[in-house]
Design a protein around this ligand. Structure first.
Ligand code: PLP
Length: 498
């Protein structure tokens, strides 16, 4: 092996170091920890000369620094297959200047949410990884979704040879359009199951299955191997770093900022994946002032940044931003590892405390290292008002998740008076949440259902209905499985005929 390979290790201290292909295949470390890169590669300062670089080239420059065990032609091939005409714009991730802020639209992919940015790439990375490691097992992707990951992963893995994908979503806990997108998924290797529980139940269930040696042995005997399409997989996390650099270069080439000028990044946050990618971008050298972590009523993270206590002992609230209805933000573990100065033992203790007592408290040294972040939350009424205000003032439609980020950004400005230019991550298309968006704008839309409102939204905003959801109402429903949260293993056994 070359000396300049980047290795990954577990946040919980497992001594085994692996290269990216193995980390991508495994999804999670043997000790239940998450894989983290041993060093954060630095960007070349000349990067900023590449103002007009296209998305694919930039993706290559950044991703190759992390996935050093992939050959350059392999990576290029994966990237070319990912960011093609599945996206409805060649720019892939356009930036819209509205209301004095910069909305980074990450929803131009096939399933209308930012999850496409990484999940268009992951299946290709995974397939190559399997070849590199000479695996001959069939890969079973197990995924818990709060609404958007599910469809993006299904879309990415559907009909991919050598894989099966099983998605668990909170039954009745996602938007009508999110649900319909998943239930109509084609591809003989796709399985979608509603669980009678919330996202945290689904995520916990999947993690427990990954860590269950008996169950893993059973599937190995049938020549299967599990992997994950959740943002605990570094194959998902690393590609998300790219668009933060892309946005910066875009602002630079538009003359909105000067070279080296810092920006803020506001991210509507659930599992802490998207904002962690922004933190990695900062660690790589992107000039960032504050990372604004925005939560909805499920404000575990906002409380954590304020008090240093992460406490999940509360009731999950179902909101109009369902992809953020989460109490256990998995990727925070990677931040804990970084701010504890890589003390895996400490991370392990905190994670045990969360599991056993339902909360943990970080020490003051760790808390000091959170100063890059500002945490805040916005209740639904505030995000509804933001949707309405932005539409009335600038004829721009945002979805309820993006609205949470905008609302928290406004609070931040009010509190601090900070004049730093701010990128607001627009994580989903408003067309994915027609009902809550249209009702926020005008209560007379209340009498229509999500599907009827698709056309009305298109008329109102003068935007064509995105191809991903056109006629979705008429597509046949292909997935009807529902189960109790204790039955996840049984359902998998049924699907894989164990
Ligand atoms: C997944 C998702 C989020 C939360 O992203 P995390 O990486 O889980 O923090 C926010 N908005 C939308 C629309 C999403 O799909």
């Amino acid at each position: 092996m070359q000396e300049n390979n980047l290795y990954y290790q577990s946040t919980r201290g497992d001594k085994k170091r692996v290269l990216s292909a193995e980390a991508i295949i495994k999804g999670i470390a043997d000790d239940g920890g998450l894989f983290v890169p041993e060093t954060i590669p630095q960007i070349n300062k000349n990067l900023y000369r590449l103002k007009s670089i296209d998305y694919k080239e930039l993706a290559f420059l950044i991703i190759k620094k992390f996935f050093t065990d992939y050959r350059q032609d392999e990576l290029k091939d994966c990237i070319n297959r990912a960011y093609d005409n599945k996206f409805d714009t060649e720019i892939i991730a356009p930036l819209s200047k509205k209301m004095g802020a910069y909305f980074l639209e990450l929803y131009h992919g096939p399933t209308l949410a930012f999850k496409d940015m990484a999940l268009s790439l992951l299946p290709h990375l995974l397939k190559k990884a399997a070849q590199k490691l000479n695996l001959n097992q069939e890969i079973v992707i197990l995924t818990a979704t709060s609404g958007d990951t599910g469809k993006a992963a299904l879309q990415g893995f559907a009909k991919v040879e050598g894989t099966k994908i099983i998605v668990f979503f909170p039954y009745k806990g996602v938007s009508k359009i999110q649900e319909r997108q998943m239930l109509t998924q084609e591809g003989a290797n796709t399985y979608v199951i509603g669980i009678k529980g919330n996202f945290d139940d689904a995520q916990r269930g999947v993690k427990e299955i990954f860590e269950d040696p008996v169950f893993n042995k059973k599937i190995e005997e049938k020549n299967y191997i599990f992997s994950s399409a959740n943002s605990i997989n570094i194959g998902r996390l690393i590609p998300q770093i790219v668009y933060y650099f892309y946005a910066y270069l875009n602002m630079l080439s538009e003359g909105e900022i000067k070279n080296g000028e810092k920006i803020n990044i506001a991210v509507p946050t659930g599992n802490f994946g998207d904002i962690l990618a922004a933190y990695y971008a900062k660690e790589m050298g992107l000039p960032v002032n504050k990372l604004i972590c925005a939560s909805n009523e499920n404000k575990v993270l906002a409380d954590f940044f304020e008090t240093g206590v992460y406490d999940k002992r509360r009731k999950l609230v179902m909101t109009i931003s369902p992809s953020m209805d989460i109490l256990v933000s998995s990727n925070l573990e990677r931040l804990l590892w970084a701010i504890s100065e890589r003390e895996a033992q400490k991370v392990k203790e905190l994670m045990n405390s969360l599991k056993e007592k339902g909360y943990y408290r970080i020490d003051s040294e760790m808390k000091k290292r959170l100063k890059d972040f500002y945490g805040g939350f916005a209740p639904q009424e505030e995000s509804r008002q933001c949707i309405k205000e932005i539409f009335e003032k600038s004829k721009y439609l945002i979805d309820p998740h993006t609205a949470v980020a905008y609302a928290v950004y406004k609070k931040y400005i009010k509190e601090t008076g900070d004049k730093t230019r701010t990128v607001i991550v627009a994580t989903a298309s408003p067309f994915k949440f027609t009902k809550s968006v249209m009702e926020s704008i005008d209560s007379r839309y209340k009498k229509f259902d999500d599907f009827e409102l698709t056309e009305k939204m298109s008329d109102l905003a003068q935007i064509p209905i995105p191809p991903g959801i056109r006629d979705i109402e008429k597509k046949p429903i292909r997935h009807k499985m529902v189960c109790e949260k204790e039955e996840m293993r049984a359902k998998i056994a049924e699907i894989l005929t164990l």
